[in-house]
Design a protein around this ligand. Structure first.
Ligand SMILES: Nc1ncnc2c1ncn2[C@@H]1O[C@H](COP(=O)(O)OP(=O)(O)O)[C@@H](O)[C@H]1O
Ligand SMILES: CC(C)(COP(=O)(O)O)[C@@H](O)C(=O)NCCC(=O)O
Length: 325
């Protein structure tokens, strides 16, 4: 028997065991030095083409190592599938590797998911990466109104959770074409007849506020699955609430000059607000809907993520926590 290590004993007595290994920005960024696939001109063009304000140095320092880590996990998972196939004597098609991206409204989930999609597609094993957002699975406004939920968009009960679980089951089962409804932020509703079709991708990224919610108690049909049961990996994008509130207000002001001024916009009336009125409106939506949802539903799921990215006030990632247990 080996002698107990006094340092480990000391630490386990005084430091609560964390399931995460913690990197500050510098330590995580150093990993990019050992990551193959530096950004090429073509990559830079593609990333710029996304129209996101993300800095390319940030992509290189944070997202390049992250895509490398994910590539290693994708390969390891494929190896496990091969082991199962060998054991069963079957040769089922490879199923998509599914990554969830969670976090508050306006924390930067969409930006993270889009950058990750581009970065993962550079790896030879995963050229085909698709991205869906869970807003397509919100109940249509008519149904939300019927249920008295028009002021609860983004809360867990505002989604057709069963439809989302059906969608993910089909993707995971390797179905050739799987369809998802589409939500428009301009008309503020599900668009009738519009759909996004997912064609058996190598990787599917599922982005949404509530993707890490635990399963609800069993329903009459015995469903106890959670959306996250379909994830191979999950990322929680985190930041101080006061910074996220500021980003929400900034985005609202930007949208007022762009999307809100379109004639078909549900928020057309906001386009004519003065700056001060627009800030007041944005803050009131934040305080009445998005902040309570963050506190009550989104933040409590952070500890379920495989990886937590913590952003500073300038949007740069300052801390990365990776689940090791
Ligand atoms: N890395 C970044 N650098 C600068 N601005 C960013 C970055 N990520 C997100 N933003 C800005 O923050 C706001 C929220 O980001 P977005 O990806 O739309 O959030 P979410 O999908 O979580 O609602 C947007 O205005 C976006 O342009
Ligand atoms: C559409 C959203 C619920 C987010 O959807 P997600 O894709 O994260 O599921 C959110 O961005 C939103 O618009 N919240 C509603 C706040 C409001 O009623 O304005």
């Amino acid at each position: 028997m080996t002698a107990p290590n006094p340092l480990v004993e000391h630490l386990s007595r005084f430091a609560p065991a964390s399931p995460y290994v913690d990197f500050d920005r510098a330590a995580w960024s150093r990993l990019s030095e050992q990551t193959p696939l530096p950004l090429t001109d073509a990559d830079v063009q593609r990333l710029r083409g996304l129209g996101d304000p993300i800095d390319l140095a940030e992509v290189d320092a944070v997202y390049r190592p992250l895509s490398r880590l994910l590539n290693l996990y994708v390969r390891a998972t494929a190896g496990l599938h091969r082991a199962t196939s060998t054991f069963l004597g079957e040769d089922p098609p490879r199923t998509p590797y599914v990554i969830g991206v969670a976090g508050s409204v306006a924390v930067g989930k969409s930006t993270t998911a889009r950058v990750l999609r581009e970065m993962m597609a550079r790896w030879p094993d995963t050229p085909n990466v698709e991205l869906i957002t869970t807003d397509g699975f919100l109940h249509p406004n008519a149904e939300l109104a019927r249920r008295g939920l028009m002021d609860r968009k983004g809360f867990p009960e505002s989604y057709d959770r069963r439809a989302l679980i059906r969608f993910l089951s089909k993707v995971k089962a390797g179905q050739a074409e799987v369809r998802a409804p589409v939500y428009s932020h301009v008309v503020y509703d599900i668009v009738p007849g519009e759909e996004q079709v997912v064609h058996r991708p190598d990787v599917l990224i599922v982005e949404g506020l509530n993707v890490l919610q635990p399963a609800r108690p069993a329903t009459s049909d015995g469903t106890t699955l959670a959306v996250s049961d379909f994830f191979d990996f999950s990322i929680y994008v985190d930041a101080r609430t006061r910074n996220v509130r500021q980003w929400y207000v900034d985005r609202f002001l930007k949208l007022r000059r762009t999307a809100f001024s379109r004639p078909e916009s549900y928020f057309r009336r906001y386009a004519d607000l003065s700056d001060a009125e627009a800030v007041e409106k944005a803050l009131s939506i934040w305080e009445s809907i998005n902040a309570p949802n963050l506190e009550e539903n989104v933040l409590p799921t952070r500890g379920r993520a495989t990886l937590v990215l913590t952003k500073g006030a300038d949007h740069s990632v300052q801390r990365v926590r990776l689940r090791k247990l």
